[in-house]
Write a protein that binds this ligand. Structure first.
Ligand code: CTP
Length: 424
């Protein structure tokens, strides 16, 4: 095993040895490529392996999966397959292909090719480095486009001047990689990026593809840096003509960042936040409800995402006034916050600096959100109440009393039910 593969976990090394065997038995040379190799050279952990096979990649993948007794998903029409090994370990396998773009900003036409063809169609030089996993030269680094040098000099460089015209989503990818690795988009690449923008190439891309790129940007660690760079290089007018990052929005995003950190630190066991969505709601802060609705529809955000975005946008001033009232019972706080998503609650906390609001939100997460009553339907049945919608009413009254600190034991819960039944 050569030095480039030496640093991999043992399990991955074994996998690559086996892949090399399968490759030689099928007479189909195979290579590790893409983000996996880039991260390996950067010394960053990455367990999303990408293999390119010169030949029928699906056949290779099926043989490989069979040897591994692993589950495989094939996409015959694209000549690709994915082997999922669990524990976050995934192998994407593709047949080497040659690509050309008959029309700018549309999906390319594809035909079989060799490794070099396959690497040539890629976005940036740092993503074009390959490592052989073949038995005869396992571990050999293949670097047709000087990717290693660009990695070393921290440069994001396209392979040819029409790269952003062919695929304008690379504009977002350039910013993503630049900020993620603390690299620089080199001058000619920057020039081509600006030219593509001047030709309004983003308007030619399917909005759903743009949405996916925005989400990826906002999912990066510390996305504020990326948002700033986006504003500087692209501006957010492609999302909505009225969308821009003012000083206020910038401060708001920083506050959002603090609150996300607070949530993650204090409630690691809860449902993970859709962090990107909180930042996205923050970006839209200055827009009107009607404008936000247009954005959600145009970029085809999913139903659950649109719902959370609009729920926040529709919050009334009265809601906040009530939440910071001096006298408010825990059950009332619960009833206000429970119907909202965690994302909306976190953005409320980021927006309003009021101490009482912060305390109430913390109490909600700390106490009320996890509070359960002990009595069950069986208890109600034993007390002669036949099942029906009345059950829910009783449960919520008992929960309210418990939230307000009036019930401390199962006996007290039962006593309250009896009283409720008597007074029905
Ligand atoms: N690619 C490309 N143009 C795109 C998208 C992808 O050329 N618009 C190429 C890149 O060379 C990349 C490979 O396809 O290495 C795989 O894409 P993806 O999985 O998105 O890239 P990664 O580099 O693995 O990105 P990440 O680290 O964010 O997962």
């Amino acid at each position: 095993m050569k030095k480039y593969l030496n640093n991999l976990p043992e399990e991955v090394k074994d996998l690559m040895r086996l892949a090399g065997k399968v490759a030689s038995q099928n007479n189909m040379p195979a290579y590790l490529v893409g983000g996996f190799v880039r991260d390996l050279l950067l010394g960053l952990p990455n367990l999303d392996l990408d293999i390119v096979v010169e030949g029928d990649g699906v056949k290779f993948a099926q043989d490989f999966a069979h040897r591994l007794k692993a589950k495989i998903t094939c996409h015959r029409q694209f000549g690709t397959a994915t082997i999922n090994l669990g524990r976050n370990l995934k192998i994407d396998i593709a047949s080497a292909r040659c690509e050309y773009y008959p029309e700018a900003a549309h999906l390319p036409v594809v035909r079989p090719g060799n490794l070099k063809d396959d690497l040539k169609r890629r976005d940036f030089t740092i993503n074009t480095i390959a490592i052989s996993i073949n038995q005869k030269d396992r571990g050999r680094l293949i670097d047709f486009f000087h990717g290693k040098e660009d990695l070393h000099h921290k440069k994001i460089r396209i392979l040819h001047d029409l790269s952003f015209i062919d695929d304008p989503t690379r504009i977002f990818r350039a910013i993503r990689f630049e900020q993620r690795f603390n690299f620089k988009i080199e001058p000619n690449t920057l020039k081509c990026l600006s030219q593509a923008l001047a030709q309004e190439m983003l308007t030619k891309v399917q909005p759903q593809r743009i949405r996916d790129e925005i989400i990826l940007i906002l999912k990066e660690d510390r996305p504020i840096r990326l948002i700033k760079r986006m504003e500087q290089l692209i501006s957010f007018k492609f999302v909505h003509p009225r969308l821009y990052i003012s000083e206020n929005i910038h401060r708001f995003l920083e506050s959002i960042q603090r609150q996300i950190k607070w949530f993650k630190k204090n409630y690691p066991e809860r449902r993970p936040l859709d962090v990107w969505l909180v930042y996205f709601m923050g970006l839209l802060e200055h827009l009107k409800l009607s404008q936000v609705k247009v954005i959600c529809a145009r970029f085809a955000f999913r139903r659950g995402e649109t719902k959370r975005i609009l729920n926040y946008k529709k919050l009334k001033a009265r809601f906040i006034l009530n939440l910071k009232k001096k006298k408010i019972k825990p059950s009332q706080i619960f009833q206000k916050l429970e119907p909202l998503s965690y994302e909306v609650i976190i953005i409320i906390k980021a927006k309003f600096k009021d101490k009482l609001i912060h305390k109430r939100i913390a109490d909600f997460f700390e106490i009320y959100n996890g509070m359960r009553i002990v009595i069950s339907g069986a208890d109600l049945q034993r007390l002669g109440v036949s099942p029906g919608p009345y059950y829910q009413k009783i449960f919520s009254q008992v929960l309210n009393a418990k939230l307000n600190g009036r019930l401390r034991s199962r006996e007290e819960e039962l006593a309250l039910i009896k009283k409720l039944i008597r007074n029905k």
